[in-house]
Design a protein. Structure first.
Length: 212
């Protein structure tokens, strides 16, 4: 049975935990811990590419995840716009390098998605097949201004959640005890997204933000 995974912050797992996600999960988790601040037991990684192929995950929506530390967001991991932008770009580069290595197909347009699915549906064994990936962003702090969105789109980004946990540059998020809706230049970003036919993910967005 072919599966489409709706949310995997793969670059975050690979870069922050410094794990080689082209290897089987047993090897990934048994490797020595390099960054103990984030990966305390070696089991923090959710999945690796061989396991995704084994589970018949033809496509995954993989995420860029970065949040700025600010009041109301103690989940943040960087201090400034510069850090947020650079972190997001490094995660995008991670996915592009996986494509260069032949491990994944980055799916940016309808035809690419169709061709990739045709490949998987006509194969009996997927262990040597590239995994399809649609690039998304979970919390939009890395997009420092709305007029920067075209640059991210050209890099393959197709789906955005305005917030993650806590308060982001553009909206309040979920599960943190914060109350509020859209903030800053959120409406301008939404207009830019609409002009590019990008997908808005509201799974981590506060109820008030959704109503607005």
């Amino acid at each position: 049975m072919i599966i489409i995974d709706g949310d995997y912050p793969m670059a975050h797992n690979g870069l922050k935990f410094q794990r080689d996600l082209t290897k089987p999960l047993s090897e990934v988790r048994s490797a020595g811990i390099i960054n103990s601040e984030f990966d305390t037991n070696g089991h923090s990684v959710m999945a690796s590419l061989p396991e995704m192929r084994k589970g018949e995950v033809a496509v995954a929506i993989v995420k860029v995840v970065c949040c700025i530390l600010r009041p109301g967001n103690d989940h943040g991991d960087v201090p400034t716009d510069l850090h947020a932008y650079a972190s997001g770009k490094s995660q995008m580069a991670y996915y592009h390098m996986l494509e260069t290595m032949g491990e994944v197909n980055l799916l940016k347009f309808k035809k690419e998605f169709k061709d990739h699915m045709d490949l998987w549906l006509n194969e009996d064994d997927h262990m040597d097949s590239p995994v399809g990936m649609v690039l998304g962003m979970e919390g939009a702090d890395s997009i420092t201004t709305p007029d920067q969105l075209q640059e991210w789109y050209d890099g393959g980004l197709r789906l955005i959640s305005l917030s993650h946990y806590g308060v982001s540059r553009y909206s309040h998020g979920t599960g943190t005890g914060t109350e509020g809706g859209l903030v800053g230049s959120a409406k301008e970003l939404l207009q830019e997204m609409d002009s590019l036919n990008m997908i808005l993910d509201v799974s981590h967005t506060s109820d008030e933000s959704v109503r607005q």
